[in-house]
Write a protein that binds this ligand. Structure first.
Ligand code: GLY
Ligand code: MN
Ligand code: MN
Length: 372
């Protein structure tokens, strides 16, 4: 993990003496903690990671996941585990005071630090000066190492397998909940560590709301649907959307699907390192703007993907000025949403390579009409 820690400091102007990442109670965990300390299991509630400019990392853990923590650190001489107890010389407070003596300048990852932890750190280290370490943490996390890409690839393979199977699961009368449950069951069966976000299954008009979840609507012949879902594999997420049509063809939604596919192709044609995210968004939007569905693509083209489904790194939104780099993983997800009728979204995950990109998701993207 030394390289990841060094990357944090390399992208910080404030040059702090240490960077501290602190977890509160699940789900208020700093996902960047798991970027610097790669550990497959455990909750790590209340744990703290103290990163140093020389690339070393101190990690505190409760006895509840001590064995997992020690195992993860076993082959990395730069990681030291501190098992903390409620009080005494091994208390969290005592360990942190020892790790951060004197009047240190301490970098904090503000986007994922709770206010409660901030107040606690102020009390614990009254002589410390706290500075914002967001930029370094964000950049280190945005550029995925091969081992991180492999985990996302595995999650994406699981998601793609389920995406390919969805047509065989469709039955008239089934509810959105039932389809979502079957999809999640299959992801877990194929090796997922759970879903990476609440599964979206929208039938008919519900497919026109990008962040719909899944409800009681029943599948009836003649409707389109959007299925947006993802697996976690050893903490890393995938995020995939496929849109299907059930029963007799809807000519307008078929043309919408063709347009969304063309928008995705246009975006992929310009996606490569050195380009700003907003340029990629614009390429997709231009395709949609040239049709009668102008204005019905109402979200950004894509976002960073990794330890979280919305990973916080540079994305592909209309205002994303940040320049894309090799090793970033992003989604490419154009959509068109016709209120009261239906929507289409196609979403894939890609890793940026030296000269372009590589697909991580592989399920068929074409218009799929399933007979009722
Ligand atoms: N699953 C939400 C999204 O695609 O961003
Ligand atoms: Mn999605
Ligand atoms: Mn997405």
């Amino acid at each position: 993990m030394k390289r990841r820690v060094e990357q944090v400091f390399a992208h910080l102007e404030s040059k702090p003496d240490a960077v501290v990442l602190a977890n509160a109670t699940d789900p208020h965990l700093d996902q960047s903690f798991f970027h610097l300390f790669e550990v497959p299991g455990g909750l790590f509630e209340g744990s703290v990671a103290v990163a140093h400019p020389d690339g070393s990392l101190d990690v505190t853990t409760s006895p509840l996941e001590a064995e997992t923590a020690h195992l993860a650190a076993k082959h990395d001489p730069h990681v030291k585990i501190h098992v903390v107890n409620r009080d005494g010389p091994d208390s969290l407070e005592a360990v942190l005071r020892k790790l951060l003596p004197g009047t240190p300048t301490v970098g904090l990852n503000f986007p994922e630090l709770t206010h409660g932890w901030y107040l606690r750190l102020e009390k614990l280290l009254p002589s410390a000066k706290f500075v914002d370490a967001t930029a370094g943490v964000r950049h280190s996390r945005a550029i995925k190492e091969p081992s991180e890409v492999e985990k996302i690839r595995k999650a994406a393979a699981i998601g793609s397998r389920v995406g390919t199977e969805i047509p065989s699961l469709l039955k008239a009368g089934m509810t959105e909940h039932e389809l979502a449950a079957e999809m999640e069951y299959r992801m877990n069966q194929y090796g997922a560590n759970g879903r990476s976000f609440s599964t979206i299954v929208g039938f008919g008009p519900h497919s026109a709301e990008p962040h719909y979840l899944a409800g009681d609507a029943k599948l009836t012949p003649g409707v389109s649907m959007v299925c947006d879902f993802g697996a976690y594999y050893r903490r890393y997420a995938c995020d995939i959307t496929r849109s299907f049509h059930f029963g007799p063809r809807d000519d307008e939604l078929k043309r919408v699907h063709d347009t969304v596919e063309a928008a995705q192709q246009a975006a992929l044609a310009v996606l490569r390192p050195g380009v700003a995210g907003k340029v990629v968004h614009q390429a997709a939007e231009d395709v949609i703007t040239a049709t009668k569905w102008k204005g019905l693509f109402n979200h950004g083209l894509g976002h960073a993907l990794g330890l979280a489904v919305h990973d916080g790194g540079p994305g592909l939104g209309p205002t994303s000025d940040e320049i894309l780099e090799e090793g970033m993983v992003v989604t490419v997800e154009p959509g068109i949403y016709i209120q009261g009728h239906g929507g289409v979204r196609i979403e894939d995950d890609v890793v940026l390579t030296k000269n372009g990109y590589e697909f991580l998701t592989t399920a068929p993207r074409g218009y799929l009409e399933v007979s009722a």
